[in-house]
Design a protein around this ligand. Sequence first.
Ligand code: S5P
Length: 492
Amino acid sequence: MVTKNADQMKALALKLFEINAFKFGDFKMKVGINSPVYFDLRVIVSYPDVMKTVSELLVAHIKELQLSSKHVCGVPYTALPLATIVSVQQHTPMLVRRKEAKDYGTKKLIEGIYHAGDTCLIVEDVVTSGSSILDTVRDLKSEGIVCTDAVVVVDREQGGVANIAKHGVRMHSLFTLSFLLNTLHEEGRIERETVDAVAKYIAAVQINSDGSFVGGDKPHEAANEFSRTKLTYESRANLAKSPLAKRLFNLMATKKTNLCLAADLTKADAILDMADKCGPYICLLKTHVDIVEDFTESFIVNLKALSARHNFLLLEDRKFADIGNTVALQYGKGIYKISDWADLVTAHTLPGRSIVQGLKAALDGNDVAKERGVFLLAEMSANGNLIDEKYKENSNKIATEGGDVDFVTGVVCQSTGCFAFPGLIQLTPGVKIDESVDKLGQQYNTPEHVIKERGADIGVVGRGILQAANVEKAALTYSDRLWAAYEERVAK
Ligand code: S5P
């Protein structure tokens, strides 16, 4: 670990977390086991200031350790741009290792000018077992080049140091995973619970350089312990990228409710009455504003007042599904001016990423932009709907990758497998105490089933409450049962 520039190191750690260069969740790894933490340093090429800081720190680290070598070589591909900057800044010639030999021309694996006996410093982004470093070292060695040291940005502390040492290579890392975890915790970005869970995983999952696990199959148990459904709403608030997800997680935790009321009524007064009666028991009130027959602006004013009085958020279930430009108009204009009052909206992922971009465009330059968010539909409760596995997978990508993730608050879906990132909220409709179907294809599950078996964070209840003889009592019952199921789910 670098000892100098402590403030710069901390600031960089926070920045890397902010730009999603690492995240917490339940991720599939190359070694065939899931991991609660995932690094993707490929994103840093999109942030020249981060590239600059990382490479400056690498150069400082190399100087501090007095690592002199004739060449530098980056492990393909993520470390290549970093190695390039290091090479230029230090005036040390670079070597480039091809992953596959060309099948024409020289068939060389190593590009650049070198002689047998030359020394070469390895540059790598993230080390798990160290096997990628060893692949590069092997090819350099076969050309007679000597490799004794590797500088890396992050050491995941899963056996890499020892594995490469066995081949005579010393690892020097800017960051260890422990440092990153502790820094995020000290700065209030993640809970102690997250630090402990990841540390426990890392201790249990140590990897040999051939990809096998130290301790046989046991690590699989440790890997399963960290999933979003095991974490509390408070700790997930800290991991969320969307300000609205943070707010909603915290609201749920303090008000102790994970019930969303689907106020599917056609008269404004009936909705307001329902909102007032059920307000104390809900975290969200979901509207379909286009079914209201007597819509006026004062309806919205009154609804906002109730949301403030009872502390719940408003979700307009508009299910946007058009091209970005149309969606921007539908969200911000027309009679309803949804973006003026709805904290949250729903949208289909059918049009791809442009759906999120379109919604965000409607908020451009608006003060409320940071107080808005979207739930993306990745599955539907309707019997016979056309959504398939590929669609779900791509919806997850829209929700978790790219520059708009700060606007995505959660996912509307029916099962745990739709997404793994714990900073997103799963909203699950189709909830009723008596499991059944309606005449138009709606399929219901009990509150306990959606929370404990299907990974729901918030259960959406419409007719289960709206048609009850005593709606307040029904709201209280749904709220209690959904909350108790959540508490059981996270109990160790
Ligand atoms: O897949 C879905 C997605 C949604 S948002 N299935 C749904 O039922 N919904 C909405 O949840 C639907 O539009 C309705 O407002 C609510 C369910 O109402 P209920 O009366 O069937 O509980």
